[in-house]
Every structure is written in C-alpha cells, then in structure tokens.
Design a protein around this ligand. Structure first.
Ligand SMILES: CC(C)(COP(=O)(O)OP(=O)(O)OC[C@H]1O[C@@H](n2cnc3c(N)ncnc32)[C@H](O)[C@@H]1OP(=O)(O)O)[C@@H](O)C(=O)NCCC(=O)NCCS
Length: 190
C-alpha cells in the first residue's frame, strides 16, 4: 500500500549550536569535523521525521567550506527533504554562521546528504512520497534528480577510465606534476 505523501514543511529541521573553544582547530577556527558532525545530525533528524523510521547516512555531497567559522559564532543548520526515492532521501542543508556581537550572518556552505530509511528488520524501508507545495520544492526535487544522474554518470565514467589507466602509460603525465617518481619504472607492466 502506498504511503501518504508528506510535505517538505512536515520535516523541516533547524539545529543551532554555539561554537565553543573546544571545537577549534590549531588555527583557532572551528574544526571541519565539528560541522560535518552537525550536518549529519540535522540530516538524520530531518530524514527520520519524514520517514518515521531510523535512517542511516549513505553519502554526503558538496561539503565545501567557503569561509571559516569562528569560535563564538552561533551556527544554524537548516535541513529539508529535497528528494525522495523508494527508500532513500536527499536532505539539503544550509549552514549559516552568525556573529552574535554584530549580528552579521554568513552562509558558509550548503550540503546534500543521502540517507536511507531502515525498517525494524534493518532492511531499507519505503519512505512516504514528497508533497511539493511550491515551485521552490519542485526546483529542489529536480536539482536533486539531476545531481543523482550526474553522480551516476561520473561514477561510470571514472570506473571505465580507471580500468584502462596503467601507470606505465602515464609516467609523462606524472612527471609534469609536483610529484617525484621514486622507484625504477622500466619494468612496469603495460
Ligand atoms: C545504505 C544501505 C542500506 C544500502 O543498502 P543496499 O543493499 O545497497 O540497498 P539498495 O540497493 O536497496 O539501496 C537502497 C537505497 O540506497 C540508495 N543508495 C545506495 N548506495 C547509494 C550511494 N552510494 N549514494 C546514493 N544512494 C545510494 C539506492 O539508490 C536505494 O535508493 P532508492 O531505494 O531510493 O532507490 C547499506 O549500504 C548500508 O546499510 N550502508 C551503511 C550505512 C551506514 O551505516 N551509515 C553510517 C555510516 S557510519
């Protein structure tokens, strides 16, 4: 039986956390791993709300740290379901860092996390369809479909390129890079 559709609004989730000194790296900025952990947490909360089940993280796309986050910033991660498949969901997460003293808010990154819903038997479980209530919802769904299609094409193209990539045919390419060939290459298999 098909499940009832749920809107994007049903599961929208915001997680806000103060960046305390113990989150800093050796350069005094917030450690990337802290942000990744928060991204994973908010993605889980949003996905499991939509699916009403336990969910697992399968893949995280596009985590580009465009600007550093400072100690003392208030970081808000806004998560919403962008796409649903049969058992998978793509959660889009916008990360905003706010300087509490001057109120300036910076959009530091947007990430896309693919989660899979799990049933009580620990197998992937069907998720409710997504009710698209406006053009923004539809645009994000279509963009997620395109990202999925391009990612699959990239994976196939890379696998076939890798299967014919022999070191012996690429010594020149390597020599043009900032690396040093540190072993005898004459006997390399073709
Ligand atoms: C995710 C997992 C359930 C997929 O299991 P599977 O046997 O490959 O199941 P399926 O082939 O039925 O795939 C289930 C869904 O995951 C999607 N999926 C699988 N691998 C994927 C990937 N690399 N990227 C995006 N989606 C993926 C499939 O497209 C499918 O989506 P759909 O049902 O919406 O069409 C399994 O690999 C798993 O449990 N991984 C560990 C997850 C985990 O523990 N995460 C925490 C990391 S510490």
């Amino acid at each position: 039986m098909e499940l009832a559709a749920r809107s994007v609004r049903f599961s929208e989730t915001t997680l806000t956390e103060l960046m305390i000194p113990s989150y800093a790296n050796f350069g005094g900025k917030i450690h990337g791993g802290i942000l990744l952990s928060l991204i994973d947490k908010v993605a889980y909360a949003c996905a499991s709300r939509h699916a009403s089940t336990y969910c697992v993280t399968v893949s995280v796309d596009a985590v580009d740290f465009l600007q550093p986050v400072e100690v003392g910033d208030l970081v808000s991660l806004m998560a919403s379901v962008n796409y649903v498949g049969r058992t998978s969901l793509v959660i889009g997460i916008k990360v905003i860092a706010e300087n509490v003293r001057d109120g300036v808010r910076r959009h530091t990154n947007t990430s896309y996390v693919t989660m899979v819903a799990k049933g009580d038997d620990d197998k992937p479980a069907l998720v409710p369809p997504l009710l698209l209530e406006n053009e923004g919802d539809a645009r994000r769904f279509l963009e997620a479909m395109k990202r999925k299609e391009l990612k699959e094409a990239y994976r196939d193209a890379f696998d076939s390129a890798k299967s014919v990539m022999h070191i012996s045919n690429n010594i020149e390419k390597l020599s043009a890079q900032r690396c040093v060939i540190g072993w005898e290459t004459k006997e390399l298999p073709k």
